[in-house]
Structures are given as structure tokens and as C-alpha cells.
Design a protein around this ligand. Structure first.
Ligand code: F6P
Length: 322
């Protein structure tokens, strides 16, 4: 293998740049040429492809977002959409691709690989941490720390005003960000899609707390595929208990900012592992980290198997959130 490409696709995540940097350095150490593909699959279709040298990845390790740009490309999910992408890869003699993103990214790459035989290695990059085959995805730790800082700040004002707050965090259909930021932030309640809850249950819990010592509380809510649902929950709580509250939706704040040390180290490790995997002739795998070691998971498993929340954290939540 002489030439490889790298792209970021789907939602950006802090640490993607650190991963690009690591892959470029690892590729150059193996005397490979590495091409950066701009705007994910949309750029691959349009031929937005350029050689990456050492300079191209200088001083990006601390930057959030992705210097390659990203997009969600419905066009690439069709055979006709992929045809120009294949031509662009063949024109440049690119034999392997590193795909940084989530399961949508990996599905698109798998279809491409089946059609033209290109080697592909996926790297999990999403704040949601919902990808099977890795304990952590790149960007998750930064997003959790961003949410935690927000929860800490909101606690100050919640205490001063003796108020109930709903803090809504991202996570698409999963509660990974909510669970870790809620536990770390000492939330009184955690609402996550994996654990069904009713507003009645929430109200009786809050009623007990407010009849006791509590004068303020923080409820961390996972967006559960419906951003803004916290407003409905807050309204129903007000109707049932007469408890006034405020809602804070953290939204895309959680996707930006400088990556944490943990995310940068993980990104470096997985960027290097991805290059090594391609050079070793592996294809159709995601490189992740399990129990601190690099793990290879067939790409198909990443969307067919469900990643479960950490059971110990779930148990802790019962004890610590009150
Ligand atoms: O997958 C990352 C994520 O930030 C989710 O947590 C969120 O539901 C979604 O992307 C938002 O997507 P968009 O940036 O397209 O609004």
C-alpha cells in the first residue's frame, strides 16, 4: 500500500483533529502518502482531495471540530452517488481509507469497499459514545466535561434561587453523556432513554426531596432523539406539583471546544492503530479501545450490535442520585 486517504463524517467531535494528526504522522513514518478528503463523503464525490504533509497537521492537536470539515451525505448512500467517489479514489491511486465517524460513516464506507475493493478502517468519533466495539469514542470525554462544567455552573444559580433545573444533554438515542455527566455533577435525577420513566414517578421523587431538606435540584435529561423534550417534562412537573423550574438545553456547545487530554490520547492511539491496520492488510474493521487496549471489531457489528450502558454506573446512579 502506497497511498491512503482519511476523512471525517457525520457530527464532528473534539479530538478528530488529534486523530488526523496522528494518522498523518504514522502514515509518513511508514512512507505512505496520505490524502485528506474534505467534507466527508460529500467531498469524496466532488473530488475535494489534497495531499496532507507534516505542516498540514501542525498545531491542530488542541483544536475542536475537524480541519477536514464534515457533512452528512445522503447522496453517498446511493450507488449512483458512490460512482464518482470511486472514480476520484482510482484517479489518485488511493488504496485504503481511514473513516472517522459513527455507524452511518461506517455503513457508507462498507458499501464503498464492497463496490471497489478499497481497504477501509473505521475510527469511532462521536460525542454520543454509542458505538459498539469501543469503551470510549473520540469526543465523548470532552462532551461529558463540557456538560459537567455547565451542570456545576447551573448548581450555583439553582442553589441561590432555590430552584429546580432541567439540564438537557445530547446523545441522540442513548444516555451515555447524561449518565456520566449526571453522576459526576451530582444530579438529583437522571432521565435516560435506556431506563423508562414516567413524569408521575419523577414528581413523587421530587416531592419527597423538596418536602425534606432540599430547596433546589438538578435533573439531567438525555435528549433521546427529541431535542427540547425537557420543556414538556418541566411543564408537566409544574402542572402536577406547582414547582417552578428552568430548562437549559446544552445542545451543540457540547460538540465544540478543545479536546480533553483523555480524548487527545485516545485519538492518537486510534489514528496510529488505523494506519497500522491498513498497512497490515486489514480491512472492514473499526479500531477501538477496550480495557485500555486497541481492539478490532468488524464494521458490521458496530451498527448491528447494541452498546450497553455500564451496569456499575447504572447501579451507582440509584444510590447517588437523590
Ligand atoms: O451524533 C452527535 C450529535 O451531536 C447527537 O448527539 C445529536 O443528536 C446530533 O448529533 C445533532 O445533529 P446535528 O448537528 O445534525 O443537529
Amino acid at each position: 500500500m502506497k497511498r491512503i486517504g482519511i476523512l471525517t463524517s457525520g457530527g464532528d467531535a473534539p479530538g478528530m483533529n488529534a486523530c488526523i494528526r496522528a494518522a498523518v504522522r504514522a502514515a509518513r513514518a511508514q512512507e505512505l502518502e496520505i490524502f485528506g478528503i474534505r467534507r466527508g463523503y460529500a467531498g469524496l464525490i466532488r473530488g475535494e482531495i489534497g495531499l496532507l504533509d507534516r505542516k498540514a497537521v501542525a498545531n491542530i492537536i488542541h483544536q475542536g471540530g475537524t480541519t477536514l470539515g464534515t457533512a452528512r451525505s445522503p447522496e453517498f448512500m446511493t450507488g449512483e452517488g458512490r460512482t464518482p467517489a470511486i472514480e476520484n479514489l482510482e484517479k489518485r491511486g488511493i488504496e485504503g481509507l481511514i473513516l472517522i465517524g459513527g455507524d452511518g460513516t461506517f455503513r457508507g464506507g462498507t458499501a464503498l469497499s464492497q463496490e471497489c475493493g478499497i481497504g477501509i478502517i473505521g475510527v469511532p468519533g462521536t460525542i454520543d459514545n454509542d458505538i459498539y466495539g469501543t469503551d470510549y469514542s473520540i469526543g465523548f470525554d470532552s462532551a461529558v466535561n463540557c456538560a459537567l462544567e455547565a451542570i456545576d455552573r447551573i448548581r450555583d444559580t439553582a442553589l441561590s434561587h432555590e430552584r429546580l433545573f432541567f439540564v438537557e444533554v445530547m446523545g441522540r438515542h442513548t444516555g451515555f453523556i447524561a449518565l456520566e455527566s449526571g453522576i459526576a455533577g451530582g444530579a438529583e435525577e437522571l432521565l435516560i432513554p435506556e431506563i423508562p420513566f414516567s413524569v408521575d414517578e419523577l414528581c413523587s421523587h421530587l416531592e419527597r426531596s423538596f418536602k425534606g431538606e432540599k430547596k433546589s435540584a438538578i435533573v439531567v435529561v438525555a435528549e433521546s432523539g427529541q431535542p427540547g423534550d425537557s420543556f414538556r417534562i418541566a411543564r408537566e412537573v409544574r402542572e402536577k406539583l406547582g414547582l417552578d423550574s428552568r430548562v437549559c438545553i446544552l445542545g451543540h456547545l457540547q460538540r465544540g471546544g478543545s479536546p480533553t487530554a483523555r480524548d487527545r490520547v485516545l485519538a492518537g492511539k486510534l489514528g496510529v492503530a488505523a494506519v497500522r491496520a491498513l498497512v497490515a492488510g486489514k480491512s472492514g474493521y473499526m479500531v477501538g479501545e477496550m480495557n485500555w487496549r486497541v481492539a478490532y471489531t468488524p464494521l458490521r457489528d458496530t451498527w448491528e450490535k447494541k452498546k450497553e450502558l455500564n451496569v456499575e454506573l447504572l447501579e451507582m446512579r440509584m444510590l447517588l442520585c437523590e
